[in-house]
Design a protein around this ligand. Structure first.
Ligand SMILES: [Zn+2]
Length: 460
């Protein structure tokens, strides 16, 4: 599960629930029948009994803010110290607003993730004419040697080497038919850097059929920083569109919700081919050449058996001997990390870049940008925690901000051309939480039933 979603579900929602309990008891303490109109009304009672925490907060807010004071003067007059009611309402309202702000931001994160996922699936399914879809990702590094019979030496660190595996899933239309091309690059260069990514992108994009003559090349990636960085974006948003005179739309899936077609269509297929190969006695792989050869043989077999299925292109990428210098870009009027969708329109001397924020958005802004040389990295690249380990951090405090709340503040007014995700919450967190809870209860009941059965066995 995504860390933001885990914080939301395990920390923020329970705290909000606890807070609501406090709102109820504290208001009752100053005004004993304060909530009776809420419970008496069928609609509000149902709202409070539901699972949508934001809706509950909103309902309670409306009462604390004005509704109660306007409509329930008689109840308020009967309170022991009526003057205290307004005071308590004000204090609780202040906290409620801060809690709502944080919850709304996390809710937005879930909706954004659903929105970009829907957009990706829609594009693959209804690929427009003269459009190609390109989706790339890295697989976990593959350790070698691999053998049918592995000796202990082969298992130990010093004797092992890892290879990187980059996969691109390309869909285009030939005649009326959708065709899939799968590109796999296997390399002993294992740094999954923006530099390596840019080189592999440029190399693989040449295999997209009809490039330069397409209406649009749609490129989609997860939000990993080897893809969503200013350096890689210089390649994606400026260099590729310019070099191939091709209009491109580049999208990034929402942070930590980047599952795309590469896992299912490329990496798990390669893994199963490898497993099959290693079942044969004498099977042995100790170089990238051999790994490429094994996968190529399996792919050729698969393509023979299913001529309408995907075409595979598996090879070692051509990389310069030494790390080449690279370029990056700076944006003057927007931030890369606050947007998920960019359009590049070549023509004239400079590529025009539009920031759409979301792939399905209704409006965009032109990006003012500069391209410049990347400072050389001479330091060792060491393992590090990107923002400090998340699991050691406490949840968000009431007046704090983080990337989730900042995204919400920057994006909430970007509406969708297709559907309002705030109203069609197919896969929203509330439902997921509810499903988990029901599953848990079912499992608990089953365990209890089994315990009862066991007991009865003993008694016999
Ligand atoms: Zn999430």
């Amino acid at each position: 599960m995504c860390d933001h979603c885990a914080v939301y579900k395990q920390k923020l929602v329970p705290r909000a629930r606890e807070f609501l309990g406090r709102v109820f008891s504290e208001m009752e303490a100053v005004c004993p029948s304060y909530w009776s109109p809420v419970h008496a009304n069928e609609a509000t009672a149902a709202g409070l009994g539901g699972t949508d925490m934001l809706q509950k907060l909103e309902l309670v807010r409306s009462y604390l803010e004005v509704k109660h004071e306007r409509q329930r003067q008689s109840i308020r007059r009967r309170a022991p110290t009526p003057a205290l009611i307004r005071h308590s309402e004000g204090r609780l309202l202040k906290e409620l607003k801060l809690r709502t702000k944080i919850l709304a931001a996390y809710d937005w994160h879930v909706l954004s993730a659903a929105r970009e996922q829907a957009s990706m699936r829609r594009t693959i399914r209804d690929l427009p004419l003269r459009t190609a879809y390109y989706h790339a990702d890295y697989c976990e590094n593959v350790p070698i040697p691999m053998a049918h019979h592995e000796t202990s030496d082969m298992w130990h660190g010093a004797q092992r080497k890892t290879l990187s595996l980059y996969g691109a899933y390309v869909v285009h239309r030939r005649g009326g038919k959708l065709e899939t091309l799968i590109i796999v690059y296997i390399s002993e260069v294992i740094e999954k850097s923006a530099l390596l990514t840019s080189l592999l992108l440029k190399q693989s994009i040449r295999h997209v059929s009809g490039l330069s003559k397409l209406d649009c090349l749609r490129m989609v990636f997860d939000a990993g920083n080897h893809f969503r960085s200013y350096e890689t974006c210089r390649t994606l948003l400026v260099e590729i569109p310019q070099k191939h005179a091709q209009r491109c739309v580049t999208s990034f899936l929402v942070e930590k919700h980047g599952k795309g077609p590469c896992d299912a269509e490329i990496f798990s297929v390669c893994r199963s081919w490898l497993r099959e190969y290693l079942m044969q006695p004498g099977a042995f792989i100790d170089s990238e050449e051999k790994l490429v050869q094994v996968l190529q043989t399996a792919a050729a077999n698969a393509m023979r058996k299913n001529p309408d299925g995907p075409r595979f292109l598996i090879r070692i990428p051509e990389l310069p001997q030494a790390r080449p210098s690279s370029k990056t870009m700076t944006m003057d009027n927007c931030q890369l990390l606050r947007s998920y969708c960019w359009e590049s329109i070549p023509g004239g001397r400079k590529v025009r870049i539009r920031n759409w924020v979301f792939s399905d958005a209704t409006a965009s802004e032109d990006v003012s940008y500069r391209v410049h040389d990347n400072p050389e990295h001479t330091d060792w690249r060491k393992g590090y925690w990107q923002d400090g380990p998340g699991w050691r951090r406490p949840p968000l405090e009431l007046d704090e901000d983080n990337s989730v709340t900042r995204n919400h503040a920057a994006q909430w007014h970007r509406f969708s051309r297709f559907e309002d995700f705030r109203h069609t919450r197919e896969d929203t967190l509330q439902q997921l939480c509810q499903r988990d809870e029901e599953r848990l209860q079912r499992r608990k009941r089953r365990r209890e039933e089994m315990a009862v059965e066991e007991d009865s066995d003993v008694s016999i």
